[in-house]
Design a binder for this molecule. Structure first.
Ligand SMILES: [Fe+2]
Length: 354
């Protein structure tokens, strides 16, 4: 077994626990720690070489979304010869199935333990995008809230925001259906009160459990229904601003919701009622949900104008091209044009709150 993790894998004591358990079970293993946040294609290439050297038959990823995405990609391309970039750029498809992966998240966020994609940065092209394929879905997802107890406060806030945005985006996406709706709405209902509680007290196991369940359910919902414009913009903006993915998603959410209101309003109203926001017309309830997101950002201490990250007019064409090409944007509740994106980016850059 190839055991992969970030820098916290050894520090948290998890590596030792895993090794003890593998030793007891008579499983041979090799460790590959130190996977960075925002992993690059080079990292996957390095891991694939290591996998080949160790002749491992299964890949275990224990960590946040970045670690899980690298573990999945390495297992997926285990029997391939070309550089990872060829698959990431869509020039090649794997000729055969790879190795199984097992994913154990230590944050409650991306839902990468149940999704068929792996988000990687191509430094040569300056593009952050997903490698996709049904075989990327891990064979086993081990979702244990106790693994998230040591997740630091900022990462708890960022990853939790990602999960909440993913629940709402998959709930309102054009790919939504009754099955994904059931998962997405319940995920949102579980996480809405739990996120502030988990940020305030990381040792609150009840809140951690609600977040762990909600994030995996939101992951299942998005694997089926896809996402929306927040995620279409989060990749190009994240690459430009070097802010954590979940934080960007949270900060973009009110802007995109405001844009989506004419189409997604009725569903926002259902989500608002699910968490007992002031009732009334659909319009009022949907507006209350946008306000609730604003308040949540304040409450967990991450609110700030996205304009501060140095978004310049000269960057717009590139961001717009990337956002329009994104599968997430294509599944956004309301269809999006280049002009829509330009005015949205302008309101974001000037720090105008919707
Ligand atoms: Fe996300």
């Amino acid at each position: 077994m190839l055991v992969m993790g970030g820098s916290s894998l050894a520090r948290s004591g998890n590596l030792r626990r895993i090794e003890d358990s593998l030793r007891a079970a008579g499983v041979k293993w090799a460790a590959f720690p130190g996977v960075p946040a925002e992993p690059t294609l080079d990292w996957v290439d390095k891991g694939r070489r290591y996998l080949r050297d160790t002749r491992a038959e299964v890949v275990l990823g224990v960590g946040g979304g970045s670690v899980l995405d690298v573990a999945k990609a390495i297992a997926f391309l285990a029997h391939e010869d070309a550089p990872t970039a060829a698959y990431h750029r869509g020039e090649r498809d794997p000729a055969s199935a790879g190795l199984p992966s097992i994913c154990a998240p230590t944050t409650s966020g991306t839902g990468a333990e149940v999704t068929p994609n792996s988000v990687l940065t191509d430094t040569e092209r300056g593009v952050k995008a997903s490698l996709r394929g049904g075989d990327l879905t891990p064979a086993v997802a081990l979702v244990d809230p106790e693994l998230t107890l040591s997740c630091p406060r900022p990462q708890t806030a960022y990853s939790g925001l990602d999960a909440i945005v993913q629940a709402l985006e998959s709930y309102t996406s054009t790919g939504a259906n009754p099955y994904s709706d059931a998962l997405a709405l319940r995920a949102f209902e579980l996480m809405a009160p739990a996120l502030p509680a988990a940020v305030e007290d990381g040792g609150n196991l009840e809140a951690r459990e609600a977040m762990a369940l909600g994030s995996v359910m939101a992951g299942l919902a998005l694997a089926c229904a896809r996402l929306g414009l927040v995620h279409g913009l989060a990749h190009p903006l994240g690459h430009l601003c070097s802010l954590p993915h979940g934080l960007i998603c949270g900060l973009l959410m009110p802007h995109v919701m405001q844009f989506n209101l004419p189409v997604a309003g009725p569903k926002y109203a259902v989500a608002a009622r699910a968490i007992s926001l002031p009732n009334g017309s659909d319009e009022k309830a949907a507006g209350a949900l946008v306000d609730w997101i604003h308040d949540l950002l304040e409450e967990i201490g991450v609110a700030r104008p996205l304009g501060e990250c140095g978004l310049r007019e000269a960057d717009y064409p590139r961001i717009i091209d990337e956002a329009l090409a994104s599968g997430s944007t294509k599944h956004n509740a309301r269809s999006v044009t280049a002009d829509d994106l330009r005015s949205l980016l302008r309101s974001i850059a000037t720090g105008k709150t919707p």
